[in-house]
Design a protein around this ligand. Structure first.
Ligand SMILES: Cc1cc2nc3c(=O)[nH]c(=O)nc-3n(C[C@H](O)[C@H](O)[C@H](O)COP(=O)(O)OP(=O)(O)OC[C@H]3O[C@@H](n4cnc5c(N)ncnc54)[C@H](O)[C@@H]3O)c2cc1C
Length: 473
């Protein structure tokens, strides 16, 4: 019987197991290692607030690539939605907590399927702290000191907590008033209303944190700082599908040619009162292919010059959330800054943050009671302390892409590539670990397809494993 291990049971790990169980003929044992609290939900779908909502509409959040209405139908079958208009719900942004419940229900149904097929499924409430490979197997060391050996192992570790920005006094990051993990409720609780709070980062996590602070009754001012200080955009032009750009896409466009093409189309849509987002959205189905064709220099240029603009156009918030953020700015409760933090000094009663303001080119100081890091998941795994992924990079079992966006892997087979440039036959990865290979490898839209494709591949291998075992008898 083939033993498959999955490290991480967020959306990606859960849906890979679901797909494996659904496709399997029964001759395998599946073990998922993930702490109990976030199992099935991961970071995204285990939020501390009901007000943390999906950034994708209901109609596009099915967990299955071949059943586009699966989430919508699940939502509409619940009593609290039965008197609601289906088109309205299809186009709305629902709570991420609800999506977590959806995944837990999918898992409960899948366990019944596993039982009926005689597939053993184990969920271990622990953390993997080390990994080693042998010719045909992978061994794991868990935090609870147990050792596990698998014929095949899938790394589905997803989002890492944000990195600490480099400042003169890095010692500050040991302070109890610094919250590196913005996804835990502690980061927004028990605040001093007399002093402002500083959020580092101006993206979606900043918005969630502002919502969280207000929900916890915080009455003070909120400052945010990011290098570009872009204001987050709302979802406008609801569902507008722009197709003209893709008609002109060809396989070998350079980054320069692509930018020229995109700018041409943005100019065209603006004539009709439409902003850039539908043009950028129209590239989405082609992004991975385009990224793979870019040279290393083009990828580097994109990351240094265009990534932030891309992020703003791609990662938008629902209109009502955007209105809320704008109102907070108008009321003087939220101040969004473009700047670079130079130093952070903590004294007995407050924290002084010194930053260079990109807007007026001056050095400025802020006095705050707390700093919350909202810069988004770290991708350079060498920066993730106490991580088995870092150990694997040091041992040469794994490698990173040049831009340190993720793990190097074959995107057809999902096999990781070692320091000798060889794919490992038993070790796989998917999800945000493939960002360096695919750029867009973060949202449900991409991950559900990867989970299905990897399960299909392992099923085929399961068959050859059976044949190999039968031959050796
Ligand atoms: C706040 C937030 C909101 C988002 N909202 C959306 C959205 O609305 N729509 C959308 O499409 N996408 C959204 N995303 C993108 C999101 O990353 C994916 O949708 C998806 O949830 C990723 O799942 P994952 O399993 O790959 O990663 P994660 O959710 O990060 O799950 C990984 C799991 O692996 C576990 N793990 C990690 N290391 C180990 C280890 N060593 N041992 C054992 N377990 C380990 C973690 O504890 C975690 O439970 C959001 C992301 C974030 C961070």
């Amino acid at each position: 019987m083939k033993k498959i291990g999955i490290i991480g049971g967020g959306f990606t790990g859960t849906m890979t197991a679901v797909q494996l169980i659904t496709k399997s003929s029964g001759s395998c044992e599946i073990t998922i290692i993930n702490e109990r609290e976030t199992f099935n939900k991961g970071v995204a779908y285990n939020p501390y607030s009901e007000k943390h909502i999906l950034n994708v509409i209901t109609g596009k959040m099915s967990a299955y690539p071949d059943k586009p209405d699966h989430f919508l139908d699940w939502v509409m079958s619940r009593s609290e939605f039965q008197d609601r208009d289906k088109t309205l719900i299809e186009n709305s942004f629902l709570p991420r907590k609800l999506y977590g419940e959806y995944l837990t229900e999918i898992w409960a149904d899948t366990i019944k399927t596993a039982d009926s097929k005689g597939i053993d499924v184990n969920v271990i409430d622990s953390f993997v702290i080390d990994l080693d490979v042998n010719e045909n197997s992978v061994s794991l060391l868990l935090e609870n000191e147990s050792n596990l050996i698998f014929d095949e192992c899938i790394i589905a570790t997803g989002n890492q907590i944000p990195r600490n920005p480099v400042v003169k006094n890095n010692e500050f990051y040991k302070s109890k008033n610094y919250y590196q993990n913005p996804w835990l409720i502690d980061s927004v609780k028990d605040l001093n209303n007399d002093l402002p709070v500083l959020l580092i980062g101006n993206g979606l996590t900043m918005v969630d944190t502002v919502i969280g602070l207000l929900e916890q009754g915080f009455k003070g001012e909120i400052f945010s700082i990011s290098p570009n200080g872009f204001n987050i955009l709302p979802h406008r032009h609801n569902g507008l599908k722009y197709t003209k750009l893709t008609d002109e896409l060809s396989d070998n466009l350079s980054l320069f040619e692509l930018v020229k093409l995109v700018n041409k189309h943005i100019k065209m849509v603006r004539e009709y009162g439409v902003s850039a987002e539908p043009v950028i959205d129209s590239l989405r189905p082609h992004t991975q292919k385009i990224w793979k064709k870019f040279t290393d220099n083009e990828k580097e240029l994109f990351m240094s010059r265009l990534r932030h603009l891309w992020g703003v156009a791609r990662h938008r918030i629902p209109l009502h959330m955007h209105d809320k953020i704008q109102k907070l700015q108008i009321d003087g409760r939220l101040h969004i800054n473009s700047g670079k933090i130079i130093d952070i000094i903590e004294s007995d009663n407050f924290i002084t943050v010194e930053f260079f303001n990109h807007h007026d080119h001056t050095m400025q100081k802020l006095k705050v009671s707390r700093i919350i890091n909202c810069t988004g998941p770290e991708t350079d795994l060498m920066n993730v302390e106490k991580s088995f992924l870092k150990n694997c990079l040091i041992k040469g079992i794994l490698t990173q892409d040049k831009l340190k966006l993720g793990i190097t892997a074959d995107t057809e087979t999902f096999q990781v590539i070692n320091s000798e440039g060889k794919p490992h036959i038993s070790l796989f990865t998917l999800g945000s670990n493939l960002k360096g290979e695919l750029w867009e490898s973060t949202a449900v839209n991409e991950l559900r397809g990867q989970a299905e494709k990897l399960a299909e591949r392992l099923k085929t291998a399961e068959h050859s494993h059976e044949v190999k075992n039968a031959e050796s008898l």
